[in-house]
Design a protein around this ligand. Structure first.
Ligand code: ZN
Length: 130
């Protein structure tokens, strides 16, 4: 058993992917384990099968052909592969966030650049009609 092993997992309290530390197994449910979010300290049951699936999906590198070109006016889903033409890099959407201004953002794990936060669903919110 790898004690003290931490994972990256979506925290419902933080509403984002956070680092979680292993708390302990569940006696009656061998496929489930308690993890605790290091950010908000909430504990949650993590389904190990789903976790494994997620890890495998994350390891699988997206192909350029699978990627949609990033455009801030579009919306994206977690797991979607996108290509950023300006940065000439592609990656997968790993989570979604709300910006402080009430907008939407995606967190993308790029092949070269690593994790980057990008805006999505940008409409005409910047145009003041007053
Ligand atoms: Zn949390």
């Amino acid at each position: 058993m790898a004690r003290g092993k931490s994972i990256s997992h979506f925290c419902a309290h933080c509403e984002r992917v956070t680092k979680m530390e292993l708390v302990g197994a569940v006696e009656d449910q061998p496929d489930r384990t308690w993890y605790r979010c290091v950010r908000c300290r909430h504990a949650m049951l993590v389904d190990l099968n789903e976790l494994k699936k997620g890890e495998e999906a994350a390891k699988k590198k997206p192909e350029r052909a699978d990627c949609s070109d990033y455009n801030p006016s579009n919306t994206y889903t977690v797991g979607q592969a996108i290509f950023h033409t300006e940065w000439d890099d592609f990656g997968k959407v790993i989570s979604k966030e709300k910006t402080s201004g009430g907008g939407s953002a995606i967190v993308v794990s790029f092949q070269r650049l690593g994790e980057r936060r990008l805006l999505e669903n940008l409409t005409n919110g910047f145009d003041s009609q007053d």
